[in-house]
Design a protein around this ligand. Structure first.
Ligand code: NDP
Ligand code: VHF
Length: 426
C-alpha cells in the first residue's frame, strides 16, 4: 500500500465512523445491549474460525522469535475467549451510562441547569498484540454509544480481523451500523500517523503501549489523547509494617504475572525494615528466579540469601519497566524520601504503601502523584474488572477525567443542559 492509499483508506474509515457515531449516540439502550448479546453468541459460534486465525498468528510470531509473556498474551485460547464472551454479557446487564442527567439545580433566573452524560464520539485506539483487547474495546464502545477505529498490534492481525467480523455481524444483528467498530487492516505504521491526525473524523486517540508509541502520538496527534502508558509501579514497605502481609503482597505484586503494566517493578524499603524484610522477600524472589537490582544497602542485606541473583542497580534501573522477572530495590531513610523517589522515577500509573501507620498511609495517598495509589494491597489490582467497572479500555496515565482503569464512564463526557420555560437573561 502506498502512503496515499493508506491516507485514503483511513479517511474512508473516519468518514464512516463519524456517520456511525451519530447513530450510536442516538440508539436506544436495548439495541446496544442486543448487540452485546449477539456478539457473545457470534464469538461462541466462531470458535473454530477464531482458533485457526489465532494459530496462524502464533505460528508467525514464533517464527519471528516472539516468546515469553509477549507470546502468551497473543494467545486467544478457550479461557481467554470465554472471558471476553462473559464480559460482553456482563456489560449488557450494566446500567446505560448514556443520557443520564445529574445535578439539576434551579437558578434565580428560573432556568434549571444540569448535566447529561454523552458519548465522546469517535475514538481511535492503538494497542498491543493482544486479541482480547479488540473485543473489550469494541464492547465498551458499543455500550457507551461511541464509534471506534481499532489498530491492534501487528502480530495479532489475523485474530483481530476474525474477531472484528464477529463484531460486525453482531452490530448488524442488532440493527446498528457495522461501521460503529472498524479495524485498520494494514499493519503499516503509517496508518497510525494518519489515524492520530484526522480531527474531522476522530475525537480522541487512546494509545496503549510503550514509550515509542507514546512519543510518536505526542508528536503527531492533532486530537486529544488519553495516554495508556507504561507502568513503572512501586511498592513501598514502610517503617511500621506487618511483615507477613508485606511478603505476601510484594510477592503477588511482582510475580503473579510479569508482563502487565500494573506489576510492581520497583521495591522501596524503609531502612528500619531492611534487615528483617529484605532477606525474607529475597528468599521468595530467589526461589522464583527473580533478579534483584539493588543499592549497596540492599546488596548487603541480601548477601546471604541462597540462590539470589543480585546485581548492583544503576541510575537507569529506577526508571525501568522490566515486564520480566527483574525487580529494582532501594532502601530509603524516610517516607519523604520514598514519596520523592516514586514521584521522580515512577510513571504515575500505580503505587502502593504497605504500612500499619495511618497518618503515613494518608500522606502516601495524598502525595504520590499516580493514577492509582494503594494501601496494603497489590498493585496488580489496578484493573477495570477488579475495580468494578465491568471491563476496561486500559489504564490511563493521564490526569484528565479518565485516570487509572478506564471503563464506560471514561468513554463519555458530560454536557451542560439548560431547561427553561421561556426565561430571558436580564
Ligand atoms: N497503561 C495500560 O493500560 C497498558 C500499558 N501497556 C504498556 O505497553 C507496553 C508493552 O506493550 P508493547 O506491545 O511492547 O507496546 P508497543 O508500544 O510496542 O506496541 C503497542 C502498539 O503500538 C504500536 N506502535 C508502537 N510503536 C509505534 C510507532 N512508533 N508508530 C506507530 N505505532 C507504534 C504497535 O504496533 P506494531 O504492532 O506495529 O509494533 C502496537 O500496535 C508496556 O510499556 C506496557 O506497560 C500495555 C498494556 C496496557
Ligand atoms: N488490566 C490488565 C492490565 C493491562 C495490561 O497490562 O495488559 P498487557 O500488558 O497487555 O498484559 C490486568 O490487570 O490484567
Amino acid at each position: 500500500m502506498t502512503t496515499s492509499d493508506i491516507v485514503a483508506t483511513l479517511d474512508a474509515l473516519g468518514a464512516a465512523a463519524r456517520g456511525a457515531a451519530a447513530r450510536m449516540a442516538a440508539s436506544p439502550r436495548a439495541k446496544r445491549d442486543a448487540a452485546l448479546r449477539a456478539l457473545a453468541a457470534r464469538l461462541r459460534e466462531a470458535g473454530p474460525e477464531l482458533e485457526t486465525a489465532n494459530a496462524q498468528d502464533l505460528r508467525a510470531a514464533a517464527d519471528k522469535g516472539l516468546a515469553g509473556p509477549l507470546f502468551d498474551r497473543l494467545r486467544l485460547d478457550a479461557h481467554a475467549l470465554d472471558t471476553v464472551i462473559q464480559g460482553c454479557l456482563q456489560l449488557a446487564e450494566m446500567p446505560d451510562p448514556i443520557g443520564e442527567i445529574t445535578g439539576v439545580t434551579q437558578r434565580p433566573s428560573g432556568i434549571r441547569v444540569g448535566r447529561m452524560r454523552v458519548p465522546l464520539g469517535v475514538f481511535g485506539m492503538i494497542y498491543e498484540s493482544r486479541p482480547n483487547v479488540t473485543i473489550e474495546a469494541a464492547s465498551l464502545a458499543i455500550k457507551s454509544g461511541n464509534a471506534c477505529i481499532l489498530r491492534g498490534g501487528s502480530e495479532a492481525i489475523r485474530s483481530n480481523v476474525a474477531l472484528w467480523r464477529c463484531v460486525q455481524r453482531a452490530l448488524a444483528d442488532a440493527g446498528l451500523p457495522e461501521t460503529a467498530v472498524q479495524l485498520v487492516e494494514t499493519t503499516d505504521r503509517a496508518a497510525v500517523g494518519r489515524l492520530v491526525a484526522m480531527p474531522e473524523f476522530v475525537d480522541v486517540i487512546i494509545p496503549r503501549g510503550g514509550k515509542g508509541l507514546i512519543e510518536r502520538v505526542a508528536r503527531e496527534a492533532r486530537v486529544p489523547v488519553i495516554k495508556h502508558l507504561d507502568g513503572n509501579c512501586h511498592t513501598y514497605v514502610d517503617e511500621r509494617v506487618d511483615l507477613e502481609l508485606a511478603v505476601r503482597v510484594v510477592d503477588n505484586a511482582k510475580t503473579q504475572k510479569y508482563s502487565p503494566c500494573n506489576a510492581t517493578e520497583s521495591l522501596v524499603v524503609h531502612a528500619a525494615q531492611a534487615g528483617a524484610f529484605l532477606p525474607r522477600i529475597g528468599a521468595v524472589f530467589a526461589a522464583k528466579g527473580v533478579e534483584m537490582r539493588g543499592d549497596t544497602r540492599v546488596l548487603a542485606a541480601l548477601k546471604d540469601v541462597a540462590g539470589a541473583k543480585l546485581v548492583a542497580a544503576t541510575d537507569s534501573d529506577w526508571g525501568e519497566e522490566y515486564l520480566a522477572p527483574i525487580v529494582s530495590i532501594r532502601v530509603v531513610d524516610s517516607l519523604d524520601e520514598a514519596i520523592a523517589h516514586i514521584n521522580r522515577h515512577g510513571s504515575h500509573h500505580t503505587d502502593a504503601i504497605l504500612t500499619t501507620d495511618h497518618p503515613n498511609a494518608m500522606r502516601f495517598l495524598r502525595e504520590v502523584d499516580s493514577a492509582s495509589v494503594m494501601v496494603n494491597a497489590s498493585t496488580r489490582f489496578a484493573d477495570g474488572f477488579e475495580y468494578g467497572l465491568g471491563a476496561e479500555i486500559g489504564i490511563s496515565t493521564d490526569k484528565f477525567h479518565a485516570r487509572g482503569p478506564v471503563g464506560l464512564e471514561g468513554l463519555t463526557s458530560q454536557k451542560w443542559i439548560v431547561l427553561g420555560e421561556g426565561e430571558i437573561r436580564e
